[in-house]
Design a binder for this molecule. Structure first.
Ligand code: NAI
Length: 336
C-alpha cells in the first residue's frame, strides 16, 4: 500500500523502515515531517493509508479531506485514540488502527523516574553540582517506603507502575471502574476515587482521555487531596486542568508536579523551539516552579517501545491490505 506518514523524525523513519523491510517491504512508505492538519492533509492525496502520531489532527474536516484523497485507513502510532473523531471515520468508511500495547513498562518506568526525580530533586541537584554548589539546602526528600500511592486507571501501564511501587514498599491504592486484573494479585487495594484522593501521598494518572476523564483533576479534586501531594500525569494533558494546577502550586496544595503530557502540547512538543519565544503563558508559568518537572511526551520513547510500535503499525497496514481491517482496530463500539 502507499502510506503517507505524518509527524516523522529521523528515529520514526529508522524504526518504521526497518519494520517494513523485516517483512519484505510490502508498503511504500512516504515520510513527512509536517503534522497532520487541515492544511497538510492534501499532501496525503493518493495514499491508501495515512500514519499519524499523538498530536496529529484527526477531526471530521481532516478525515473528510483524507477520504477525498482516497485514503481508506489511518494507522495510529499510539495507544491513545482520543484525537480521532471515530464517528466521522466510521461515516467516511476510514478504518482506524492503533498500537494497543507496545511497552507499558517504558511509560511506567518514566513515571517512576519522575516520582524519584521530584522527590530527591535530581533536576535541581544536577544543575547545582555542575555549578560547584554542593549545598543540600532545599534538596530534602522522603522515603518512598511506607508512603501511599494512588493509581487512577489500572490498565497495562497502571499495573506496571503499581508493581514497581509495591516493590519500593509503598501502599498502593487504585481506582479503576473496569480493571485489567485482580488488583489484590498486584498488591493494590481497590478503592473509590474520593478515598484515593484523600489518602494518597502520590497520585498518578493512567486512564485514557475520554469525556468522562477530561479535567478529572480540577480545583475540586485538588481540594480533596492531601496538602503537598505529588501529582504525576503521564496519561494525556487534558486529564488535568492546568490552570487549577498552577493555583494549587502557588498555594502549596500541590507539593510536587510531574508532567509528561500537556493539554496544549501540540504546538510545543517534539520540536526544538529553544531559539523561539514561548507564547503559551500557562506553560511558561509551570516552568517557573522549582517543584515542577516537565518532560516532552517522552515516556514511550525506548528502543523496545519504538520497535514494537513500528512492527504493530506495519502489521495493522498489512492486515488492512489483506482483510480490509487493521489487526488492532478502533471503532466506536469496539476496541481490539
Ligand atoms: P489501558 O487501556 O490498558 O488502561 C486504561 C485503564 O483506565 C483501563 O483499565 C480502564 O478501565 C481505566 N479507566 C477508564 N476510565 C477510567 C476512569 N474514569 N477512571 C479510572 N480509570 C479509568 O491503557 P494503557 O495502555 O495502560 O494506557 C493508559 C493511557 O496512557 C493511554 O490511554 C494513553 O493516553 C497514555 N499513554 C501515554 C504515553 C506517553 O508516552 N506519555 C504512552 C502510552 C500511553
Amino acid at each position: 500500500m502507499n502510506v503517507t506518514i505524518f509527524s516523522t523524525k529521523a528515529y520514526d523513519r529508522r524504526f518504521l523502515g526497518d519494520a517494513n523491510d523485516a517483512v519484505g517491504a510490502p508498503h511504500r512508505l512516504r515520510y513527512l515531517e509536517a503534522r497532520l492538519t487541515l492544511e497538510t492533509a492534501p499532501l496525503a492525496a493518493g495514499a491508501d493509508a495515512v500514519c499519524a502520531f499523538v498530536n496529529d489532527v484527526l477531526d471530521r474536516s481532516v478525515l473528510e479531506m483524507l477520504a477525498q484523497g482516497g485514503t481508506r485507513m489511518v494507522a495510529l502510532r499510539s495507544a491513545g485514540f482520543n484525537h480521532v473523531d471515530l464517528a466521522a471515520a466510521e461515516a467516511l468508511d476510514i478504518a482506524i488502527g492503533r498500537v494497543p500495547a507496545y511497552s507499558p513498562d517504558a511509560v511506567a518506568e518514566h513515571t517512576v523516574a519522575l516520582i524519584l526525580s521530584l522527590n530527591r530533586k535530581i533536576h535541581r541537584a544536577y544543575a547545582r553540582v555542575r555549578e560547584g554548589n554542593f549545598s543540600l539546602d532545599g534538596l530534602l526528600g522522603f522515603d518512598l517506603k511506607g508512603r501511599t500511592a494512588g493509581i487512577i486507571g489500572l490498565g497495562k501501564i497502571g499495573i506496571a507502575v503499581a508493581r514497581i511501587l509495591v516493590g519500593f514498599g509503598c501502599r498502593v491504592l487504585a481506582f479503576d471502574p473496569a480493571p485489567d486484573q485482580d488488583m489484590a494479585k498486584i498488591g493494590a487495594e481497590a478503592v473509590g476515587l474520593d478515598h484515593l484522593l484523600a489518602e494518597a501521598d502520590i497520585v498518578s494518572l493512567h486512564c485514557p482521555l475520554t469525556p468522562a476523564t477530561h479535567h478529572l483533576i480540577d480545583d475540586a479534586a485538588l481540594r480533596q487531596m492531601k496538602r503537598g501531594v505529588m501529582l504525576i500525569n503521564t496519561g494525556r494533558g487534558a486529564l488535568v486542568d492546568t490552570v487549577a494546577l498552577i493555583t494549587g502550586l502557588k498555594s502549596g496544595a500541590i507539593g510536587y508536579l510531574g508532567l509528561d503530557v500537556y493539554e496544549e502540547e501540540g504546538d510545543l512538543f517534539f520540536e526544538n523551539l529553544s531559539d523561539k519565544i514561548l507564547h503559551d503563558d500557562v506553560f511558561a508559568r509551570l516552568l517557573t516552579f522549582p517543584n515542577v518537572l516537565v518532560t516532552g511526551h517522552q515516556a514511550f520513547f525506548t528502543t523496545e517501545a519504538m520497535t514494537a510500535i513500528a512492527a504493530t503499525t506495519i502489521e495493522n497496514l498489512s492486515s488492512f491490505k489483506a482483510d480490509g481491517a487493521p489487526r488492532y482496530s478502533v471503532t466506536i463500539a469496539r476496541t481490539d
